[in-house]
Ligand binder design. Structure first.
Ligand code: SF4
Length: 291
């Protein structure tokens, strides 16, 4: 622990206290999502920003169902046996995004290790349907690791997303605890392949507060930069419910500022670091900040 951090995790520190906003377009967004029979990672992962994001008229869509084949210790999405793939989902998603007036759409999915292509084909279909439906839209595909499949990654990249996002989530030492079914090097390899492909902006993100050290976070930033990532997010892990792993530390705003400066000094085009930052938080602004 350093001077920036708070180990007392039974109470939120002052910088994490805020009013929960349910105003503006919140009910319009929830209605559209429900009318089109869609899922969002905002709701399924119990994201603490959903009041704010929905009120601003934005959301991050979750495709391929709402049940994940992996059981990461931090994640609020349900784990189990997923349902059949719904091949009409992309069409409904494009219609909802159009009605919401979105100009930048984030599409993510549960991890579907049960599917031969990991769901890459449905990602590609969704990207194409968004392009057809919304003139000038920019699309961010926030993908799982596809168990390292280069073919699945190529399927997504060939569909032409503007941003290829894949979260590395935590430092390699904590993978067995936090992300036991994932492999740090495999995720880096996926990002490197996407960067070498050259068509999409490559983005990644981690959560902090699991007990990692500042040095370990900086090493991850270095690894991401070496893999060709140009956009990075760092946010505080907050426990979605009692079923997930406890918060080990609350990281202070000053430490987040230092991470941001470190990332920019390392050559990232854009770094978004703060207690409530999430991978898809203000994703449109992040994309447009990146050159
Ligand atoms: S930060 Fe991302 S996941 Fe959370 S509510 Fe906003 S759009 Fe949804």
């Amino acid at each position: 622990m350093n001077n920036y951090q708070s180990r007392n995790t039974t109470r939120l520190p002052p910088w994490l206290k805020r009013d929960i906003a349910f105003s503006g377009r919140h009910s319009e967004v929830t209605d559209l999502i429900s009318t089109h029979n869609l899922n969002t990672v905002c709701a399924e992962a119990k994201c603490p920003n959903r009041g704010e994001c929905f009120s601003r008229g934005s959301a991050a869509f979750l495709i391929l169902g709402s049940i994940c084949t992996r059981n990461c210790a931090f994640c609020g999405v349900n784990f189990g046996q997923p349902k059949e793939v719904d091949f009409d989902e992309g069409k409904r998603l494009a219609a909802a995004a159009y009605s919401m007036g979105l100009k930048h759409v984030v599409v993510t999915s549960v991890t579907r290790d049960d599917l031969t292509d990991g769901g890459a084909g449905v990602f590609a279909d969704t990207v194409k349907r968004l392009r057809d439906k919304i003139i000038g839209v920019t699309i961010e595909a926030l993908i799982p690791d596809f168990q390292g499949s280069a073919d699945s990654l190529a399927t997504v990249l060939n569909s032409g997303p503007d941003v290829l996002n894949h979260n590395i989530e935590t430092v390699p030492r904590l993978y067995p605890l936090i992300r036991p079914q994932a492999v740090y090097e495999r995720s880096l390899e996926l990002l490197k392949r996407a960067s070498d492909d050259g068509r999409a902006v490559v983005k990644s993100g981690i959560m902090v507060g699991f007990g990692e050290t500042v040095g370990e976070v900086k090493n991850v930033l270095r690894d991401l930069r070496s893999a060709g990532c140009t956009v990075v997010t760092i946010g505080q892990y907050l426990r979605p419910s009692r079923n997930q792993i406890q918060v080990e530390e609350f990281i202070s705003p000053d430490q987040f500022k230092e991470y941001e400066k470190t990332a920019l000094d390392m050559g990232f085009d854009s770094a978004f670091c703060g207690p409530y930052v999430r991978s898809s938080y203000h994703a449109s602004e992040m994309y447009h900040l990146a050159p």
